[in-house]
Ligand binder design. Structure first.
Ligand SMILES: [Fe+2]
Length: 341
């Protein structure tokens, strides 16, 4: 039994007894990945990695609690690499103390500094932007700023999910980082006043509500629109809307990351770094772009045609670490202005 499998079986015992039995020695050519990403999205990547390198990839996929799990497993954790989405989750993993710096000249070379942790604990591997799904029928303007979302001309016309959801938390944190807390609060009050309904649902539901005429602008991530277009049940929501890439005044479009972290006690550390570097390679980046509808982190990799159809993305230049530093302030402001009420 591999160390990974043994650990998987022992997980319940680890959690409930907080005692970790010694595990068998590490097999030479494997790497253990804990991920919040859906298996069907990441398996093609891991299969290609194994084919290229001969290193087997063991995957544990979960929708929550992976940091706690690595923490509970302690020094005996089989986790090598944590693959996750959004700076919120990336930040939580670092805060949980379950990571170590990724020391890689390859990553430093490929991944722009603003998409990496200054201390090396995380690196972005692909990007998504937080954009507008605008009604094709009712919205005529081509460009929009995030600031403008608080303009009273949109009163009763905007739909958005909870202000505390990690995607909005990062957008609002970016606003705080750009304009300061006071202006961010005023903006949030203005945005709140423009909502057509109480924040609810997910990003796809904002497109659904635009399609149903409940609002004119929905806020959502870039990949959801592409997913809706391919989903027979939701294609009508995409068809009723078009994606506008908003920008900050004098800046670019807010992007967030899917990222990689190296586990603190990675038993296969060298293989973990190898996988991280491979994920930034051309082949993996192309798979990310096409299978996940994300923006490649590596310059020069072609976009998926649907994503390219949104127009040219000018990502905002604010380093993601500076956005992460304002997450708490953004969350406090959301409560203060009663955004979700
Ligand atoms: Fe998502």
């Amino acid at each position: 039994m591999s160390r990974f499998r043994a650990a998987a079986l022992a997980f319940a015992a680890v959690v409930f007894a907080a005692v970790v039995a010694p595990l068998p020695a590490v097999a030479a050519d494997e790497v253990n990945v804990y991920t919040y990403r859906e298996t069907k999205l990441v398996q093609p990547l891991f299969d290609a990695f194994t084919k290229d390198t001969g290193i087997a990839v063991n995957v544990i996929s979960a929708s929550s609690g992976l940091e706690q799990r690595i923490k509970a497993e302690g020094a005996n954790s089989p986790a090598d690499v944590l693959l996750t989405v959004d700076i919120g989750r990336i930040d939580e993993a670092v805060a949980a103390g379950v990571t170590q710096p990724i020391k890689s000249a390859v990553i430093d070379e490929i991944v722009p500094a603003r998409y990496r942790d200054p201390d090396g604990h995380w690196a972005g591997i692909s990007m998504r932007a937080r954009v507008i799904y605008a009604s094709k029928d009712r919205v005529k303007q081509e460009a929009i700023t995030y600031e403008e979302l608080a303009d009273p001309k949109w009163k009763g016309k905007i739909c958005i999910r909870s202000g505390q959801h990690i995607y909005n938390n990062a957008l609002f944190a970016a606003y705080v980082a750009k304009h300061g807390e006071e202006k961010a609060e005023a903006w949030l009050r203005g945005l709140k006043a423009n909502l057509a309904q109480k924040p609810s649902g997910g990003d796809r539901e904002t497109a659904r509500d635009v399609a149903a005429g409940k609002c004119d602008l929905g806020i959502g991530n870039t990949y959801y629109w592409a997913l809706m277009l391919k989903d027979p049940d939701k294609k009508a929501w995409a068809d009723a809307t078009r994606v506008i890439l908003p920008t900050f005044e004098g800046g670019g479009t807010h992007v967030n990351l899917s990222g990689v972290l190296l586990a603190k006690n990675a038993p296969n550390k060298a293989n973990g770094v190898k996988l991280i570097e491979w994920l930034a390679g051309e082949k993996a980046q192309q798979i990310y772009a096409d299978a996940n509808y994300e923006y490649p982190i590596r310059p020069g990799v072609p976009l998926n045609p649907t994503i390219a159809g949104y127009g040219r993305l000018t990502a905002d230049s604010l380093p993601i670490a500076r956005i992460a530093a304002q997450r708490k302030t953004a969350s406090t402001l959301v409560d203060k202005v009663g955004f979700d009420n």
